[in-house]
Design a protein around this ligand. Structure first.
Ligand code: SF4
Length: 369
């Protein structure tokens, strides 16, 4: 099977009328556009609100002035070019600055825009860092999308990380099963690589990003099926996005179909306040209620998700909200002492990020030594 052609210019999409294309060219100048023909073929062009269209096509609202280029200050966690190390047990390797498509809500837009690369330039130095940090038990290979690399380039990275004894879990973060499943179904060498390095004691997790049930096509499910047969553990994470999945029925269908296909629902993210993302953002308390409504029609396996905010200070789980208060807990924290810290905030229905709440009314830290 040949790989689908990638489209990187709005002008090459014949379904977009010239009037619209003229506006979108302005957006394209600021934030690049990229999509596979396969992914564009999922768009219902008669529906202006089609979720796939919203995920992948530029929108004039991206020019709104809101957010930061790096809202979680990820670049501050860069210990070497291509390596982020924020939480003791987890290191991120940024191996590619390209994705199968560019999600319009991407929180790592800076990687596609910055001349200054944050991706790996000396693999041996990065591996030496991981080797010398014995607390690193899991490595997330990410980017961009690692599956934009040819398997012949990805395999030496996976192989050398696998050789480090204290690294138990390798995660590969990829939206390729949604954007270009043929990258997986058409490459037996990739599946062989997974089979070799995802062992019964130390698995490779594929961190998929399905945002909407429409992305779970036969092709996408076949890609996940082959990865699973090769020994990988597929696990999904998605933000809640206005106009894409901010509907309990859509979320419930997404979680249910993921679980049925053996793709573990893992994180539901609060949309990060990134430049160009304003029209995707949903307030925290609204997202909480959307998710709770969705969970009512989900099986236990479908509702294993945690609703979290990837804040610069840590991964904060939004536990509940009532008439007066909103309750949160640090699931992971840059400052080790904050892991498990429980916080109560005054309710704020407009809040979209932690700072919008101000100081907590109450907080308690766990004193485990
Ligand atoms: S797959 Fe991830 S890194 Fe790539 S564009 Fe989408 S959100 Fe950004």
């Amino acid at each position: 099977m040949t790989h689908p052609r990638y489209i990187t210019k709005i002008d090459d999409i014949k379904e977009i009328p010239e009037d619209d294309a003229a506006k979108l060219r302005k957006v394209e100048k600021r934030f690049p556009f990229r999509a596979s023909e396969y992914y564009l073929s999922l768009i219902d062009w008669n529906n202006k609100n089609d979720p796939i269209r919203r995920i992948i096509l530029p929108d004039i609202d991206e020019l709104d002035n809101w957010g930061d280029l790096d809202p979680s200050t990820e670049s501050d966690n860069t210990v070497l070019p291509g390596i982020q190390h924020k939480y003791g047990p987890t290191a991120l390797m940024l191996v590619s600055d390209v994705c199968g498509g560019i999600c319009r809500f991407c929180f790592r837009k800076r990687i596609f825009m910055d001349a200054e690369s944050e991706t790996i330039n000396d693999l041996s130095e990065d591996l030496a860092y991981i080797r010398s940090h014995t607390e690193i038990s899991n490595v997330l290979i990410t980017g961009g999308d690692p599956l934009t690399l040819a398997t012949s380039r990805l395999e030496p990275i996976v192989q050398q990380v696998r050789e480090i004894d204290h690294v138990k879990i390798i995660r590969i973060g990829s939206k390729m099963p949604a954007y270009d499943p043929c990258r997986i179904t058409g490459d037996p060498s990739l599946l062989k690589m997974i089979e070799k390095y995802s062992t019964k004691e130390k698995r490779i997790y594929i961190m998929t990003q399905f945002n909407h049930p429409k992305e779970l096509t036969n092709e996408a499910l076949e890609a996940v099926n082959l990865l699973t047969k090769a020994g990988a553990k597929p696990t999904n994470q998605t933000p809640v996005l206005r106009g894409v999945n901010d509907d309990p029925k859509v979320l419930s269908e997404l979680l249910g179909r993921l679980a049925a296909a053996g793709i573990a629902p893992y994180y539901i993210f609060q949309c990060r306040p990134t430049i160009g993302n304003y029209h995707f953002s949903v307030p925290i308390e609204e997202t909480y209620h959307l998710l709770e409504k969705a969970k009512r029609t989900c099986s236990g396996l479908a509702k294993r998700v945690k609703f979290v905010m990837s804040h610069k200070s840590g991964k904060i789980e939004i536990l509940a909200t009532d008439d007066k208060y909103t309750y949160m807990k640090y699931h992971q924290a840059a400052d080790h002492n904050n892991i498990g810290k429980f916080m109560i905030f005054a309710k704020n229905p407009d809040a979209k990020w932690l700072e919008d709440y101000g100081a907590p009314l109450s907080e308690s830290t766990l004193n485990y030594e």
